[in-house]
Design a protein around this ligand. Structure first.
Ligand SMILES: Nc1nc2c(ncn2[C@@H]2O[C@H](COP(=O)(O)OP(=O)(O)OP(=O)(O)O)[C@@H](O)[C@H]2O)c(=O)[nH]1
Length: 200
């Protein structure tokens, strides 16, 4: 069976969730391996990119970290439109952030890309003593709604790389109908030019 040697994917990924749930912290941990106790609240959105090797492929994530404050809600469609993947983040220490996560899932189900790979991240898993959202409740919800679920901690790094890795593994299959030949051509130079002009 023929295999495609240079199987490079570019994947737009968006993080959504309540303010303070830890979206920026999860991205910062994944992209830079850092954690800040006093991470500033995001204004509008922030862009990052990071490449992962998965089996014989590389996936370059183009990551949009959206602002969780309600006043930025109307901007969100700009970031999730055309996204191949979404991580919906809640904070395991607040029920409100879990409710907010469910609302994001509903919105994506109605208005997002139907092939989108969706992950539910129960963040701040290091704060076990303050937990109010049970992992089982979130897992059941995720299964019923076609998401995969992991508890993460941007602070300790628990499951942060893993959640992106899982998404990367699910992407080619999820995108297969859009690329019937199973091949994605990446213009690396054009890519770099676009990234620098859009987000420097
Ligand atoms: N203990 C703990 N604190 C965390 C974790 N992730 C984030 N925080 C803290 O939670 C606060 C909010 O984190 P952010 O990453 O700014 O949250 P956000 O979802 O990006 O917030 P907005 O930009 O307002 O939408 C910061 O003070 C972080 O240090 C975690 O896994 N564990």
């Amino acid at each position: 069976m023929a295999t495609i040697g240079h199987n490079n994917l570019n994947a737009k990924l968006v993080l959504l969730g309540d303010m303070g749930a830890g979206k920026s912290s999860v991205v910062l941990r994944f992209v830079k391996g850092q954690f800040l106790e006093f991470q500033e609240s995001t204004i509008g959105a922030a862009f990052f990119s990071q490449t992962l090797a998965v089996n014989d492929a590389t996936v370059k994530f183009e990551i949009w970290d959206t602002a969780g404050q309600e006043r930025y809600h109307s901007l969100a469609p700009m970031y999730y439109r055309g996204a191949a993947a979404a991580i919906i983040v809640y904070d395991i220490t607040t029920q409100e952030s879990f409710s907010r996560a469910k609302k994001w899932v509903q919105e994506l189900q109605k208005q997002g890309n139907p092939n989108m790979v969706m992950a539910l991240a129960g963040n701040k898993a290091d704060l076990e003593e303050k937990r109010v959202v049970l992992a089982e409740e979130a897992r059941t919800y995720a299964e019923e709604n076609g998401l995969f679920f992991m508890e993460t901690s941007a602070k300790t790094a628990k499951n942060v790389n893993e959640i992106f890795y899982e998404i990367a593994k699910k992407l080619p299959r999820a995108q297969a109908p859009q690329n019937p030949a199973g091949m994605v051509l990446v213009d690396r130079q054009g890519d770099a030019a676009r990234a620098s002009s859009c987000c420097s």
